[in-house]
Design a protein around this ligand. Structure first.
Ligand code: IPE
Ligand code: IPE
Ligand code: MG
Length: 232
């Protein structure tokens, strides 16, 4: 089977799912975090190498304070519940985004998850938290400019590879497949550079209801696509 090595998911629809159940939006985020566990283990079992999950965007700060505060603490709740199990499954934890905005307590939990799982050789479960692609590209440009200023890089040597190396995803293979749940067909500032030649899969299914079967369905559709990369 021609399955993707690196999948990126915009986990959307937690709030709408909760509303449908007559529950507060935070209940949707909690349910969504439980589903992260299920889908990470499923992806690992399917032989996926990297799973990048959009969990909090640079634009999500504009949500009501209560919801933002809940989302800031959710990583602690998640790792408290599932780190042991992820560890047992040989899954490695990673993050992209700017962590300095998170509460110190949450950051500690995130750093602990990275440290504990750093030698695992299975799936890399990479959370995009306080991540925005425009911010990522802006930071990359700043770093490249300061290298030029320091004299360690020539302007003429700036090429696509140099830019890639300065992005937060520098360590990971190219993204083969981008999935967005819950019906919206937009990128919402997710991985603009990296998705230039990825396959897209949009589904009406909300993130809390996105099961392993739904993932396999997306992977089967991916496997039957013909990627041309501009060629024939
Ligand atoms: C995705 O679900 C999770 C985050 C953006 C944090 P939403 O919270 O966007 O849910 P909807 O789109 O309002 O249903
Ligand atoms: C994108 O979802 C961000 C995450 C899933 C973390 P949003 O719900 O924030 O996106 P918009 O507002 O519908 O574009
Ligand atoms: Mg949404």
């Amino acid at each position: 089977m021609n399955y993707p090595q690196h999948i990126a998911i915009i986990m959307d629809g937690n709030g709408r799912w909760a509303k449908k159940q007559g529950k507060p939006r935070t209940a949707g985020h909690y349910k969504g975090s439980e589903n992260v566990r299920d889908i990470a283990i499923a992806a690992n079992d399917l032989g996926v190498k990297v799973l990048t999950l959009y969990a909090f965007s640079t634009e999500n700060w504009s949500r009501p304070e209560d919801e933002v505060n809940y989302l800031m603490k959710l990583p602690s709740v998640f790792f408290e519940a599932y780190l042991k199990e992820l560890m047992k499954n040989n899954i490695r934890i990673a993050f992209i985004g700017e962590m300095d905005k998170f509460p110190a307590e949450t950051r500690k939990v995130m750093e602990n998850a990275i440290e504990k799982t750093k030698d695992n050789t299975g799936l890399i479960l990479n959370f995009a938290l306080n991540y925005g692609s425009r911010r990522e590209i802006t930071l990359a440009v700043q770093k490249i400019a300061s290298e030029v200023k320091d004299g360690t890089l020539e302007v003429g040597d700036i090429n696509e590879q140099v830019i890639e190396n300065h992005l937060m995803t520098a360590d990971y293979p190219a993204i083969d497949l981008m999935i967005r749940t819950s019906g919206e067909c937009r990128l919402s500032n997710f991985l603009l550079w990296q998705l230039a030649y990825s396959e897209f899969y949009f589904t009406e299914v909300s993130w809390p209801e996105f099961t392993k079967e739904e993932l396999v369905k997306a992977l089967d559709i991916y496997a039957n696509r013909h990627r041309r990369f501009g060629g024939l």
